[in-house]
Design a protein around this ligand. Structure first.
Ligand code: FAD
Length: 468
């Protein structure tokens, strides 16, 4: 009998591309050129930035330079949680006061609806379904963290968040061992590739120039340097997230953290019946090494988690190829959550990188003295955050060029935030490997001990890693 993972397609960028098709690649840059704004990276951050800038100022000459094709990075590989989480909010509350962090959170809540609004306006059919985000607890320690998390979210102004016990959770989704959950309406499921392809087409339709197969090797003030020529522009915006380390001088800026996913074969009607999940909420848990999942529009489960967290020397994966042990570990999570699905075939596995700054805080910045800007460091929550970052970059460019004033967005606490670089190797590798080994051990202990307090180990790892 064949195993559930035999015949799994491994890599190929992501399941989303297998589903929707790889795009035709646009023309590379053909020699030196000039623009008003050069954007490096054609993921959500770069494309949304081009979109909003061009909408605000149609006369701007904007050029996007993408090393492979738009959506090659995390934007074409993610779990499709379009939701209101933002990395670093708690630190921003400590640095700038709670009121500033509440403004940031409100802006994120609105961002989910903004993406849905633009997708509708631009006729981008990205399988969007606003069912909210449901996060479950499966051990007493997770339940304690769940309650604390729920309280914290209420305190950041999320009046519409709900807390469910075991029975109410089972009414929504039947996850084995779930003792409770928390739900927010500020989340939607999305097909990542349909969104990024639609966005690239919309941006091009507005008159933005996109060059693909064009790697930028160096960013200097007013210059984006590629092997085929240099684009000169008063503003050069770096939107390269998990790939940032490949740029000259950026090796230790953001750590490329790996995240891996699997997609199952489509479930039968009876299988869906057995697990519920009629609300199509995006699904997560409260483990230290957490999982995330969605019910896809074509009736599969796409589920992700950490896998091998980081490759020595800030290397990135090879078109999404994933270790067999990671595929098996993700399948085990699926089966632990839904034991009745033990025989379900895994059809696809893939990986991608996200950008992690040393203090785990997302940022958006425009350096007014050089015209260099950047946005990212979203850790694991960039699908919506990239949109907020892009609108903020638009406002910062407009402010700097005298076409606009300060706005609600330019005053948000993540604007202009700077942090030190990551340690050199081998410390960087050892630190991240160690941290995730501790998280996994802490999760295991919490499952077996049934204790109600979070593992001390995991709290210590958080402190060492600079997460809290
Ligand atoms: C497996 C996985 C699952 C995830 N799940 C979720 C989720 O469910 N919800 C969520 O909110 N977030 C999730 N994320 C994170 C989210 O996908 C990212 O934060 C978001 O897509 C970042 O968008 P971006 O445009 O900044 O970066 P990217 O999408 O990585 O885009 C960067 C682009 O820049 C290009 N590039 C890089 N270097 C250069 C260069 N030197 N020259 C030219 N081009 C260059 C790359 O090819 C790439 O296309 C996930 C990430 C991964 C990897």
């Amino acid at each position: 009998m064949s195993s559930p993972t035999s015949g799994v397609v491994n890599g190929g960028i992501s399941f989303w591309y297998a589903d929707d098709g790889l795009p035709a690649v646009r023309e590379p840059l053909a020699g030196d050129a000039s623009a008003d704004v050069a954007i490096v990276g054609g993921g959500y951050t770069g494309l949304w930035t081009a979109y909003y800038l061009k909408k605000a100022a149609p006369f701007l000459r904007i050029t996007v330079l993408e090393q492979k094709f738009c959506g090659y990075g995390a934007s074409g590989r993610n779990g499709g949680w379009l939701y209101n989480g933002i990395a670093g909010r708690d630190r921003y509350a400590r640095l700038h006061g709670r009121e500033a962090a509440v403004r940031l959170q409100r802006a994120m809540n609105d961002t989910v609806d903004e993406v849905i609004r633009v997708a509708e306006a631009e006729a981008i059919d990205a399988d969007l379904h606003k069912g909210g985000v449901l996060e479950v607890a499966c051990t007493p320690a997770q339940a304690a963290r769940l309650r604390a998390f729920h309280e914290a979210e209420l305190a950041f102004g999320e009046k519409d968040r709900e807390l469910y016990g075991a029975r109410e959770t089972a009414e929504r989704i039947r996850v084995a061992d779930a003792v409770g959950s928390t739900w927010t309406p500020h989340g939607a499921r999305v097909h990542p590739v349909k969104l990024v392809k639609g966005l690239a087409a919309a941006v091009e339709g507005l008159g933005v120039t996109i060059h693909e197969s064009t790697p930028v090797t160096e960013i200097r003030p007013r210059h984006a340097v590629t092997p085929y020529g240099t684009v000169r522009a008063p503003y050069v915006l770096r939107c390269t997230e998990g790939f940032t380390a490949s740029l000259k001088g950026q090796k230790r800026t953001w750590l490329p953290m790996n995240s891996s996913m699997i997609a199952t074969e489509p479930l039968t009607g009876a299988q869906w019946e057995s697990i519920g999940w009629a609300g199509r909420q995006t699904l997560g848990d409260m483990a230290h090494a957490y999982m995330y999942a969605q019910r896809t529009a074509d009736g599969r489960i796409a589920l992700g988690g950490r896998g091998v967290p980081y490759r020595f020397g800030s290397r990135t994966d090879n078109d999404g190829t994933t270790q067999a042990a990671t595929v098996e570990a993700l399948r085990e999570i699926l089966v632990r959550f839904f034991p009745a699905l033990a025989g379900l075939r895994i059809e696809h596995a893939w990986s991608g990188v996200l950008g992690v700054p040393r203090d785990w805080c997302a940022t958006v910045t425009l350096d007014r003295s050089t015209g260099l800007g950047w946005a990212g460091g979203y850790v694991g929550s960039g699908v919506a955050t990239a949109n907020l970052a892009a609108r903020t970059l638009r406002d910062l460019v407009q402010l700097d060029s005298g076409q606009g004033g300060r706005t609600d967005l330019t005053d948000l606490p993540w604007v202009g935030h700077r942090v030190r670089k990551w340690e050199p190797e081998p410390l960087r590798w050892l630190g991240v490997q160690g941290m995730y080994a501790v998280y996994r051990e802490a999760d295991r202990r919490e499952r077996t001990s049934h204790g109600t307090t979070s593992s001390r180990l995991a709290r210590a790892a958080d402190r060492v890693a600079g997460r809290h």
